[in-house]
Design a protein around this ligand. Structure first.
Ligand code: PNW
Length: 478
């Protein structure tokens, strides 16, 4: 092609944040070092039959020892931000009382090294590793857990707030509540839909209280947010019962969190839909006021859309991309069927659908016009391997990232205020119920040696992050 015929690269705003993301339990290992106590994920992964191949996070990628090397890799890639999570059982092992110096020191050193390399640290307080002692006291279905979470948030902010200026309270509370307490495919593995609804409320309450604790302990220029895996729910057909199924799943996936957090109320239709299970009397006077706190941006994680039909009572609820279980993660929605959207899939069996991300961003903008957005996770698992030359070529991941970043660009052009993008994940890691069998990294991790090999997608993403220019699809594979 002559230059005039070549498809133009898409240019992102100069202020756009380019980052990578991880979570503590998925990468750190060192499960018993320096005073760390078990979290619900230690307990769950050590329970036979829960995680594929019996994998645990005991060693993971050994990031607890290799963090300096991992920061150096990010500096080589030229990314401007790193979203990591703080392991609650490392800094406040029993979930109450004083903090552990060594645990806090780990994150202090990490943040210092990041700042030294001009990488902005973004800390998530809760990426699913609840101290086991708090689960033993009832876990998220109990109100006390929200109180404990706020205390931990205050303590973390007090210790790290001089270095870390961007904070996220919860990662994907939908997973914590509904995969953890209803379908049981995530820790703690309970299968009680009412407990899941109670958990959702106490996660909301914990978020609201934590935002207040963060603000009280952080400088006024700090950014405080929450990350939701907003499901882009589409009806299978435009039949009324499919449209109604989509409305109900949207309530259970999204509005159960955005309602109280951003609008100050639980949606009426959600309360009605779940009335056969609970009267929501666990929502106390004043809770809604406490949950709705001003946020500096909303974190959005997106992987794939959700396609549903209604009315086919008694059908599968395993085929919804959320792992297989006898139990549904969707309380009072047993008649809803989940369909695989058309097109190619990733190693997770999730459909590749960049338009879903565009539609989702436009919809969130419509619902919350003033709220800046940050893509806090997006990425894909593929069956990566090291070739005889020692390279990892992952053209499918490059295509995935190219398509989704083009969708983000298109949303920005359409007026959506998207401030940044964090690739999930920096490293291959412990993919929850799938253990180490699924690789989401831009950097390959050889188990068990822990050797890091940047994949072709890492080099591709590095060029995008350094220049703010997204090459057109035909040139995507370089
Ligand atoms: C997110 N689902 O998890 C998490 O924030 C990451 O820790 C995780 O590694 C990543 O996405 C990839 O899975 C999810 O079943 C886990 O709908 C499960 C679901 C969604 C997100």
């Amino acid at each position: 092609l002559s230059p005039s015929e070549a498809p133009a690269a898409l240019s992102f705003p100069p202020s756009f944040t380019w980052g990578t993301a991880t979570a503590a339990y998925q990468i750190e290992g060192a499960a018993t070092l320096d005073g760390r106590t078990p979290s619900i994920w230690d307990t769950y992964s050590r329970t036979p039959g829960k995680v594929r191949n019996g994998d645990t996070g005991d060693t993971a990628t050994d990031h607890y020892h290799r963090w300096r090397e991992d920061v150096a890799i990010m500096a080589d890639l030229g990314v401007g931000a790193y979203r990591f999570s703080i392991a609650w059982p490392r800094v406040q092992p029993t979930g109450r009382g004083p903090s552990v110096q060594k645990g806090l020191d780990f994150y202090r050193k990490l943040a210092d090294e990041l700042l030294e390399k001009n990488i902005q640290p973004v800390a998530t307080l809760y990426h699913w590793d609840l101290p086991q002692e708090l689960e033993d006291a009832g876990g998220w279905p109990e109100r006390v857990t929200a109180e404990r979470f706020a205390e931990y948030a205050g303590l973390a902010a007090e210790a790290l707030g001089d270095r870390v200026r961007t904070w996220i309270t919860l990662n994907e509370p939908w997973c914590s509540a509904f995969l953890g307490y209803s379908s049981g495919v995530h820790a703690p593995g309970r299968t009680d839909p009412v407990a899941a609804l109670r958990a959702a409320h106490h996660l909301n309450l914990g978020h609201g209280k934590a935002v207040q604790a963060l603000r009280a302990n952080l400088p006024s220029d700090a950014q405080v947010s929450v990350t939701l895996n907003i499901h882009h729910v589409r009806p299978f057909t435009d039949d009324a019962q499919d449209v109604d199924a989509a409305r109900r799943i949207d309530a259970l996936a999204n509005r159960v969190f955005t309602g109280p957090m951003l609008q100050g109320a639980y949606p009426e239709d959600l309360l009605r839909d779940t009335a056969s299970l609970t009267d929501w009397s666990f929502v106390q006077d004043g809770d809604l006021k406490e949950i709705r706190q001003p946020l500096d941006f909303l974190g959005v994680n997106y992987y794939t859309p959700t396609l549903v039909s209604g009315g086919a009572s008694g059908t599968s609820h395993g085929s919804d991309g959320h792992g297989k279980s006898e139990h549904s993660p969707w309380p009072a929605a047993d008649d809803v069927t989940f369909h695989l959207p058309p097109g190619s899939t990733t190693a997770m069996g999730w459909a590749v659908d960049p338009t879903g991300l565009y539609d989702l961003l436009v919809r969130v903008k419509g619902d919350f016009p003033q709220m800046p957005l940050m893509i806090t996770e997006n990425g894909a698992a593929f069956d990566d391997y090291v070739d005889p030359e020692g390279n990892v070529n992952d053209p499918d991941r490059i295509d995935y990232l190219q398509g989704h970043l083009a969708a983000v660009h298109r949303a920005i052009e359409a007026g959506v205020d998207v401030r940044g993008y964090f690739l999930w994940s920096l490293l291959d890691n412990f993919e929850w119920g799938y253990g180490y069998s699924k690789r989401f990294g831009a950097v390959y991790v050889d188990y068990p040696t822990g050797k890091r090999i940047p994949k072709a997608s890492a080099r591709w993403y590095s060029a995008v992050a350094r220049t703010g220019l997204l090459p057109a699809p035909s040139a995507a594979k370089g």
